[in-house]
Ligand binder design. Structure first.
Ligand SMILES: Cc1cc2nc3c(=O)[nH]c(=O)nc-3n(C[C@H](O)[C@H](O)[C@H](O)COP(=O)(O)O)c2cc1C
Length: 329
């Protein structure tokens, strides 16, 4: 029997994946409205929190409406990871997640992210130290990791067992190796093997692109919850489609009008959170994702990248969406 707090995180839930540079407060707000159940911050450096807290803390901020919410930390030293909790716990997250999957060189070269999959002892020490530090707060700790370093060293099941033994309450598996980065297909069979081997709940991650993929992954793997990553970039309404599909077995087409409203809301919230100049810069990427797959999208993206006029950019995106029947996916 799961404790109620844990059930709220994993029982048949759909998570929004942490996506650095994408899933900021405004985008998460859009995803929450669309029906995402559980959210995790972008990765936050434990070193940064201790030595220069302001910018790192900015990436950990969230609204109460985004609960249940986890803050994701990355780092390579158990003592620093544990001490960093003192800095983020005052934000009152619902759980803490440890990043053991980031493939980026800058992170891996410092022994953090997916480099920890090659050092399971150090990874277990990190989990133990963080669990001790979290004991007073009583918050669950999740660990997000990959299939392994490369195809010759796939160790997700052994690694997951060790993290469980060290005290992890939830295991999140992105079923690709570090060398795969984001290419190739995620190996759902490995999620199934992990779910079978461990007692703690498993969150499956990798290649959820369409509404039906959520139930397929759950059926094929026996995972407790599912995490959606790139599938929602430019398509936050995928969460609404997933919820509807699970209810009715039908994949709803989202109207262009609703998409346009959602994009305008997203822009408004980004401006409110980050100011007009930063919002314009950052929304260019989002507007590019929102227009992906539409005939004539490239010309609109060129205009958006050149324009310093928010209304001109939004009007061009709106015209593109409203004049085409395709759902752009
Ligand atoms: C742009 C981008 C940023 C990401 N940032 C993070 C991150 O901060 N922390 C993390 O654990 N994973 C991060 N990931 C990995 C995703 O959370 C997820 O595991 C991966 O995209 C696989 O899921 P998908 O196939 O549904 O996209 C990132 C992925 C992308 C594409």
């Amino acid at each position: 029997m799961l404790l109620p707090a844990l059930a709220e995180l994993v029982d048949d839930k759909v998570w929004l994946a942490p996506l650095a540079g994408v899933t900021d407060k405004a985008f998460r707000a859009v995803c929450k409205r669309m029906g995402a159940d559980v959210m995790v911050s972008e990765m936050v450096s434990a070193d940064g929190l201790l030595h220069k807290p302001a910018p790192s803390l900015a990436n950990a901020r969230f609204d109460d409406s985004q609960r249940p919410f986890g803050i994701q930390l990355f780092g390579s030293r158990p003592d620093i990871m544990a001490r960093a909790l003192d800095v983020v716990l005052p934000l009152r997250p619902d759980f803490i997640d440890v990043n053991m999957g980031c493939p980026v060189k800058k992170v891996v070269n410092r022994g953090a992210g997916s480099a920890l999959m090659r050092e399971p002892q150090r990874a277990a020490d990190i989990v133990r130290a963080m669990k001790n530090a979290l004991a007073g707060a009583g918050l669950p700790l999740s660990v997000k990791f990959r299939s392994g370093w490369d195809t010759h060293s796939v160790n997700a099941v052994e690694f997951g067992l060790r993290m469980q033994e060290a005290g992890a309450d939830i295991l999140v598996l992105h079923a690709r190796t570090r060398t795969q980065m984001y290419g190739g297909k995620a190996d759902w069979a490995l999620i199934a093997a992990l779910a079978l081997a461990v007692d703690v709940p498993v969150v499956g991650n990798g290649d959820i692109w369409e509404p039906e993929d959520v139930d397929d992954m759950r059926r094929q793997t026996g995972c407790s919850a599912v995490m959606v990553g790139r599938g929602v970039m430019g398509r936050p309404w995928l969460f609404a489609q997933i919820a509807r599909f699970r209810l009715t077995g039908q994949a709803d087409v989202i109207s262009c009008k609703l998409k346009v409203e959602c994009i305008r809301d997203h822009y408004r919230m980004t401006m409110a959170d980050k100011g007009e100049v930063t919002a314009m810069k950052e929304m260019r990427s989002h507007l590019a994702w929102y227009t992906k797959g539409y005939a004539g999208g490239a010309a609109v993206r060129r205009l958006v990248n050149r324009s310093d006029d928010r209304e001109e950019a939004l009007a061009a995106v709106e015209a593109l969406l409203l004049t085409q029947e395709t759902d752009g996916s």
